[in-house]
Design a protein around this ligand. Structure first.
Ligand SMILES: O=C(O)/C=C/C(=O)/C=C/C=C(\O)C(=O)O
Length: 287
């Protein structure tokens, strides 16, 4: 399958899952065919989706012979709404388990971005037998930063955008999201704003969830040693959302982790440094 052969619409799928406390419809994109499957889990920004977060990363994996599945987490994009009162990392992990069972997938590699990385670690702790290799960008655990006051400026701007979804607030958030804001086009802003405004229920539920439990992403530091999977950590040196020392904490705790830090990179390494990121991921998965 080549780049022009697939689109968001042509790969769009829905699945009903009943798993733990969850009984809902999930949306996902299913691209390519292959013996090995790579799951991609997006971050928690308003209007995020698997496709929005990873559209620069699908094709190289598909061309290398992987099946790629992009899950829209509960409460995002075309998946059903949800209010999260406990750990959203674990809620997403439960949803992923439900989807893997529906799709009859025993074991998968997972690429998680920010919240998606927190959820990947939650999934790995709950389902160690279901994981191959892990790639975590800009996340993997909640918890404190030794250097940066929290909530960070980026997370505060995400909150402002959820409460007041205007183009100005979107641009404010995105301007600290990536290192080089001049790489963001008006088309990207508009697409993202359309995604945001098309699901006001998701926005309201996110605000409600954060009020019910401000700590949606628990600190897994004390359990990281339980994860035996090979793990590639990828961070932006200038990440203003989830500071780089979170990556050092993961590196110290995960027994089989290595860390790559991109210079001139914010919170969106897989998009800001897509070519280098894609090469690194393929190398990591194949060797
Ligand atoms: O609060 C956290 O630890 C996690 C924050 C995020 O997951 C933010 C992610 C933002 C995106 O990936 C996005 O596309 O908006």
């Amino acid at each position: 399958m080549t780049a022009t052969a697939f689109t968001e619409a042509s790969t769009s799928r829905f699945a009903r899952i009943k798993e733990g406390d969850l009984d809902l419809q999930l949306h996902y994109n299913d691209v390519g065919q292959g013996k090995e499957t790579v799951i991609m889990l997006h971050g928690s920004g308003p209007g995020a989706s698997g496709w929005a977060n990873f559209n620069r990363n699908i094709e190289p994996l598909v061309n290398a012979g992987y099946r790629v599945i992009l899950l829209d987490c509960p409460g995002w994009s075309k998946s059903d709404p949800v209010v999260s009162q406990g750990s959203r990392s674990n809620l997403n992990a439960t949803a992923l388990k439900g989807l893997l069972d529906v799709l009859d997938l025993d074991r998968v590699h997972i690429i998680g971005n920010s919240m998606g990385a927190h959820s990947t670690v939650a999934f790995a702790l709950e389902n160690p037998e279901r994981i191959g290799k892990l790639i975590l960008m800009g996340g993997g655990t909640g918890g404190p930063s030794a250097f940066v006051p929290q909530p960070t400026e980026g997370i505060k701007l995400i909150g402002a955008l959820y409460r007041d979804p205007t183009i100005d607030n979107l641009k404010k958030m995105m301007s600290v999201f990536v290192f080089d804001a001049s790489s963001l086009t008006e088309e990207l802003f508009q697409t993202r704003l359309d995604n945001i405004l098309s699901r006001r229920d998701h926005l309201e539920n996110f605000v409600k969830s954060s009020t019910l439990n401000p700590k949606q992403f628990p600190d897994f530091s004390h359990r990281l040693h339980e994860i035996s999977a090979e793990t590639l950590l990828v961070w932006g040196r200038e990440d203003r959302f989830v500071p780089m020392d979170t990556g050092l904490r993961l590196l110290a705790g995960l027994p089989k982790a290595r860390l790559h830090v991109f210079n001139r990179c914010g919170h969106w390494a897989q998009w800001e440094h897509a070519d280098a990121f894609n090469r690194m991921v393929l190398d990591f998965l194949t060797h």
